[in-house]
Write a protein that binds this ligand. Structure first.
Ligand SMILES: [Zn+2]
Length: 240
């Protein structure tokens, strides 16, 4: 991604965050709602999966060990950029280092969703990146979704591997573990987690049938360019 594009996105995220600062209760409720959707959509079986949003000087993240159905806004944990958690809060998700590492590395990211969704996780168990087998891979800002090497869950090493595999793209796989999707907003990160799972299912199916034929880097560059305006409604100005 070009530097100017990154700068524009950073400015958008900061603008949004500035308008929501002081609105932590709303952000907490949004995280609870997304955790519920993650669970009901089947993207995070059992108690797997966690969700976070950037706030000034840190992030809000789901706690460990509480099922989405029992989660309340007050259970959401505020973690500062230095990794500290104020007293009296729940224990943060075991993958808080992955989330925090991404916010530190990517100023344009406003939300992170981590899942153990079925097909993305199955591919991660083969240590397989998802190449440009379908043009929709461009949704993630490049010609592949990379798979980070294996590291123990909750470790600093896993956070480093995840940040590296993500690079400037919008998702990555974590070997023998699951997937991570990011976005400017929580809604965008959640939608990307769903898109990633659908693509992972299609790629896994194609691998069962034969050897998928991949799109060229040139074609993917063309699609990425088209995606910059794809699905955007042109504003219709009212006649005066
Ligand atoms: Zn996990």
């Amino acid at each position: 991604m070009k530097r100017t594009a990154v700068r524009r996105r950073v400015a958008r995220v900061l603008q949004k965050r500035a308008s929501t600062s002081g609105a932590t209760p709303n952000l907490r409720a949004e995280i609870v709602g997304t955790a519920l959707r993650l669970s009901s959509s089947g993207l995070s079986p059992g108690r797997s999966g966690n969700v976070s949003m950037r706030i000034d000087n840190g992030m809000l993240i789901t706690p460990t060990g509480i099922g989405a159905g029992e989660l309340r806004p007050a259970d959401i944990v505020e973690v500062r950029l230095d990794g500290r958690v104020a007293a009296g809060q729940r224990v943060a998700s075991s993958e808080w280092r992955v989330h925090l590492g991404i916010y530190k590395a990517r100023a344009d990211v406003g939300a992170v969703v981590h899942t153990h969704s079925l097909n993305a996780t199955a591919l991660s168990c083969l240590h397989r990146s998802i190449p440009a087998f379908h043009y929709m891979i461009a949704e993630f800002g490049g010609d592949r979704v990379s798979c980070a090497p294996y590291a123990t869950y909750g470790s600093d090493e896993l956070a480093r591997f995840a940040v590296k595999a993500l690079g400037l793209r919008e998702a990555c796989l974590l070997a023998n573990h699951g997937a991570v999707a990011v976005g400017e907003s929580l809604r965008q990160a959640f939608e990307r987690a769903g898109t990633l799972e659908a693509l992972a299912a299609q790629y896994a199916r194609a691998l069962q049938i034969g050897r998928p034929r991949l799109l060229s880097s040139r074609e993917m560059a063309r699609v990425i360019e088209k995606f910059k305006t794809y699905g955007k409604q042109t504003e219709v100005k009212a006649k005066s």
